[in-house]
Design a protein around this ligand. Structure first.
Ligand code: FES
Length: 178
């Protein structure tokens, strides 16, 4: 059976503290070599493998309350600012409330039908999928009509004292996007 690093180190300590037979000496030598060969690899892994962040740990500023008039929307990127990746594409929509009421919703744009990217139509006040005319409600992201089987994933928002809007997480499963 293969020795763990700890066992190998213990056996090497034993080697240092007592008289050994030739067989024991060789055994300890092989164990020590095994530890030394693994150490540089283990150390490099600490630096090479980036720590995976969970989406709920990622907070990105996506705009300010004054960027949109009531009923308007805009696209933003989250959890990464990467316009090349469709599944990071989201919609921020300001609800059609009074001009001095700042109420916002945000949704991932990947349609839950066959993963086209939905657009926001401010005139019709709906999110619409260009592929098969699926329609979503901009208040809750639920399906109004068409083939989508599920609501759009919700991007969670926080508004700070300066009126800056932050995306702080996503509720729901994002598709691949296309
Ligand atoms: S992909 Fe959106 S409705 Fe079909």
């Amino acid at each position: 059976m293969k020795k763990t690093s700890k066992e190998a180190i213990n056996s090497f300590k034993g080697f240092l503290s007592r008289d050994l037979t030739r067989r024991e000496f060789l055994k300890a030598l092989v164990s020590s070599a095994a530890v030394l060969s693994v150490l540089p690899f283990a150390a490099s892994q600490v630096f090479l493998v980036p720590k995976q962040k969970k989406i709920e740990d990622i907070t990105i500023k996506i705009g300010n309350v004054n960027d949109l008039k009531p009923g308007e929307g805009k696209i933003f990127w989250y959890p990464e600012e990467n316009a090349e990746t469709p599944q990071f594409s989201n919609l921020l929509i300001r609800m059609k409330t009074a001009p001095d009421v700042y109420e916002f919703r945000a949704f991932n744009r990947v349609c839950t039908h066959l993963q086209c990217l939905v657009d926001y139509d401010s005139e019709r006040y709906k999110m619409i999928c260009p592929c098969h005319a699926g329609e979503y409600d901009p208040d809750k992201g639920t399906v109004i009509s068409g083939p989508p089987p599920n609501p759009l994933p919700i991007v969670e928002l926080k508004i700070d004292d300066n009126g800056d809007i932050w995306a702080t997480g996503i509720k729901g499963v994002i598709g691949r996007g296309r």
